[in-house]
Design a protein. Structure first.
Lengths: 146, 140
């Protein structure tokens, strides 16, 4: 069982992640995006963006960088081999664009029990180099009981 | 601004659909792009050893592909301001035949005050619903 006492616990800010143009294209191809604003600099600029726009789920890369701290936290006591992704949400203040340098802070929003299972929800706030909020990624993991 | 006139939309209206064909190559490509190298997404022996029927697609791949139906409709990925899904069932990807994921987008709600539209996405593979409550809010 996940320790309910970690509810509200915040983990240290992650190291900056520099969003590369080719990474945006690579990710866009992987999620079957054919939209020119993900691939073509001129199309992105014509639409008013400073650089290529990342697909709506790109922020998962930043979220992933925030997860190891909590998954390896002995206090949280999460058995990763029993983890299933329950749900996921991204709330954007603005789109992520190539050239962004992003950091994130993860907070445990809630820990709930459902029979033998635990559900743990993380809010990961993603900031740009001006410390402005870009996106909040909300992820719920289900930890199956023994 | 987009080409879509919010006043012309109706709740329940279909805005587009697409059938995505996932192969093992798609899973390896997504693993590389996302950094999620969990072997349940490319190794049959490993998937079976943890009690799965076979290799399954990353939920995040299904999520990322499904929203493209809404992106194609609005024409701009930067207009998706809020997108969430529940992962209800796995998408099993056969080594030879792959898997098809059918996504249909419909207008779920219209907010004239904020000029936003919620697109509800249904996603199914082999007639099984694989995403629940898949909703993308689009800023028009």
């Amino acid at each position: 069982m996940v320790n309910p006492n970690v509810q509200g616990k915040k983990y240290p800010e992650t190291a900056p992640y520099l969003v590369g143009r080719e990474k945006v294209r690579e990710f866009a191809n992987a999620v079957f995006s054919t939209n020119p604003i993900n691939h073509d600099l001129f199309a992105a600029q014509a639409a008013g963006y400073p650089d290529l726009v990342a697909p709506p789920t790109f922020a998962v890369l930043i979220q992933e960088r925030s997860l190891p701290a909590v998954l390896s936290d002995p206090e949280a006591d999460i058995d990763f081999s029993r983890v299933v992704h329950g749900d996921q949400r991204f709330i954007h203040k603005r789109p992520i664009v190539a050239g962004d340098e992003l950091t994130s802070i993860l907070e445990v929003a809630s820990v709930k029990s459902l029979g033998a299972h635990s559900m743990i929800t993380f809010n990961t706030e993603i900031f740009d180099r001006n410390k402005s909020l870009v996106c909040t990624a909300i992820s719920t993991l289900v930890v199956r009981g023994e | 601004m987009t080409h879509i006139n919010i006043a012309g939309l109706e709740v329940g209206q279909e805005i587009g659909s697409h059938s995505f064909h996932f192969t093992r190559d798609s899973l390896v490509r997504y693993a590389g792009a996302s950094g999620d190298f969990n072997p349940i997404h490319y190794r049959d022996d490993f998937a079976k050893s943890v009690g799965l029927d076979g290799v399954l697609a990353h939920g995040m791949l299904t999520m990322g592909a499904a929203v493209q139906v809404a992106v194609n409709w609005v024409g701009d990925p930067g207009k998706v301001i809020d997108y969430g899904v529940r992962f209800t069932k796995p998408v099993f990807v056969d080594a030879n035949t792959g898997a098809d994921v059918l996504v249909i987008g419909k207008v779920g709600a219209i907010d004239l005050e904020n000029n936003t539209v919620r697109i509800d996405l249904s996603a199914s593979s082999a007639e099984v619903t694989v995403l629940g409550k898949a909703q993308a809010v689009i800023q028009l």
